[in-house]
Design a protein around this ligand. Structure first.
Ligand SMILES: [Zn+2]
Length: 182
């Protein structure tokens, strides 16, 4: 097991766009293992490399008992949206808010051996692909909320016990996310 500290909202790494993976090497496979171990320990439904302080375009997911990872993802989204679905984030422990997302997503990328992969997701899986790919662009779920909802979310963030504790040494798990946080 190689469980890493999960970076919290306020840590600049979460706002930094991640670089594409160029080398599908042993280091990359270790990163995928660290992400997987950290996500399962939290527990969460998804985790992106910047959330453990690594600026590479890699995420893992565990949705509907399907465990996987994707590297250098590229998404095609359905026009139909779920406006009301609750979404959480391991970098915002204990909080979840309605966040609009496309209902279906096709995610193309690579596995850790450099083989091309195409994944199709609906509902929570689609939401996960969108949330994690956003992390790789420095985008957070609060950015996807309508302005009124974002205001409520930011109020809850300021009131959260972890607010302002964005030092990388903070270990946030275990916390109450119901395993749905991304
Ligand atoms: Zn997240």
């Amino acid at each position: 097991m190689a469980i890493q500290s999960i970076r919290l909202f306020g840590d600049p790494v979460l706002r930094t766009p991640a670089a594409p993976v160029a080398d599908f090497d042993k280091e990359l496979r270790k990163l995928v293992k660290d992400l997987t171990d950290t996500m399962m320990d939290a527990p969460g439904a998804g985790l992106a490399a910047p959330q453990i302080g690594v600026g590479l375009r890699v995420f893992t997911y565990y949705v509907d008992e399907q465990l996987g990872h994707l590297i250098n993802p590229d998404l095609d989204l359905s026009p139909e949206c779920d406006e009301e679905g609750e979404e959480g984030c391991l970098s915002f422990p204990g909080l979840s808010f309605p966040t609009p997302r496309a209902i279906r997503a096709v995610a193309r990328g690579f596995d850790m051996y450099g083989e091309p992969v195409t994944l199709e997701g609906t509902d929570l899986m689609a939401r996960c692909f969108q949330h994690e790919t956003d992390h790789l662009d420095g985008i957070l779920f609060i950015d996807r909320m309508d302005p009124k909802q974002r205001k409520l979310a930011m109020k809850a963030v300021r009131e959260a016990e972890w607010s302002g504790l964005s030092a990388p040494v903070i270990k946030v798990s275990p916390h109450v996310t119901g395993g749905k946080a991304l």
